[in-house]
Design a protein around this ligand. Structure first.
Ligand code: SF4
Length: 325
């Protein structure tokens, strides 16, 4: 599946806010694509656009396509979209308490999409829900299946969310900051779980995170977003070895290093409000390499010399075409 030239904007009292700007991404079976960037850079709006979960209005899919099995999901009837959501494409969110319904048992909640999408009886769905709870490593699943969300720890709730998301064996799983609300040990267990489920089912994963440590360990490919655009994309090992966009370099320099003597460097300034994106390269007010034309001309994606399958939207890697004002 792929996203082609997607732009999603919001109509607000203060004007039009372009949250996602001409984004192109490709998700492949059995692979994890990480979408990284600071909060407000457009990662979650991109994910919600894939599932067509943005309220329109105030949102609008202003351009582009979300192509899944040769169809543009932005154009299919809502009824078809309902058959795809939670079935062929599933999503897990960072805060399981906001997604689990407190008044239903976890067994009912995991069985629901199985009844809805696979036409199973409630008994068959319960058996499949129990299998899914075992598969995600929920302790004592036969007892837990009749419990309510408040009786489970944060890590267990996230396992239940994953069971709901994978119960119908989706082709694509979108994981939006799936471990942010969890402590470090549980985070690692949940990510290992996603990794092992992917190996078993060959699903594609779109992993949305601001945590580059997670990316290094679990992603195959990385797309870095800034101010609604993908500004660098590469296979994970190449991005970490030769980060090329000044923003990506800044993100990596702000990570704790192996060398405890090395000072962490914060990127100066802050992410622009999506309603006030600077002209030209949106990163220019924060960039130490800024050149005069960066302030007026939007850089396209340029291939990075001597690096394979790697591109960055930065004027350090290409010249404006002749005649451009
Ligand atoms: Fe910096 Fe210019 Fe590259 Fe933007 S285009 S990141 S301002 S060098």
């Amino acid at each position: 599946m792929h996203i082609e030239n997607l732009s999603t904007l919001f109509h607000t009292d203060e004007g039009v806010v372009p949250a996602v700007r001409n984004v192109n991404l490709k998700m492949e079976r059995g692979k994890t694509l990480a979408l990284v960037g600071e909060s407000g850079c457009g990662k979650s709006v991109t994910a919600l656009s894939v599932l067509r979960l943005i309220n329109t209005p105030p949102g609008e899919y202003a351009s582009g396509k979300v192509v899944f099995e040769d169809e543009d999901l932005l154009k299919v009837p809502e009824q078809k979209m309902e058959a795809i959501r939670g079935n062929e494409i599933s999503m897990i969110f960072q805060e399981p308490m906001t997604s689990l319904n407190p008044i239903f048992t976890i067994g009912n909640q995991v069985a629901d999409p199985i009844v809805l999408h696979q036409g199973k009886t409630s008994e068959e769905a319960r058996a499949l829900a129990l299998d899914a709870l075992k598969q995600v490593g929920l302790p004592s699943p036969a007892q837990r299946i009749d419990q309510y969300p408040h009786e489970l720890s944060g890590g267990m709730k996230q396992r239940v969310m994953i069971a709901m998301a994978v119960a119908c064996k989706p082709k694509l799983l979108i994981a939006d900051e799936p471990t942010t609300a969890l402590d470090a040990t549980v985070q690692a267990q949940i990510l290992e779980l996603l990794d092992s489920l992917q190996k078993k089912t060959d699903m594609a994963i779109l992993l949305i995170t601001h945590n580059l440590g997670i990316v290094a360990q679990y992603a195959d490919r990385v797309a870095v977003m800034y101010a609604g655009k993908v500004i660098e994309e590469a296979p994970v090992e190449i991005l970490f070895e030769t980060p090329s966009h000044p923003y990506t370099r800044g993100l990596l320099n702000s990570l704790p290093q192996d060398d405890p003597g090395k000072k962490l460097e914060a990127i100066p300034g802050s992410v622009p409000h999506p309603g006030y994106i600077p002209e030209g390269c949106a990163f220019h007010p924060r960039c130490s390499k800024v050149m005069p034309h960066c302030k007026t001309l939007l850089p396209p994606q340029f291939p990075i010399p001597e690096s394979k399958d790697h591109k960055a939207a930065c004027w350090l890697y290409g010249e404006p075409e002749e005649g451009t004002p």
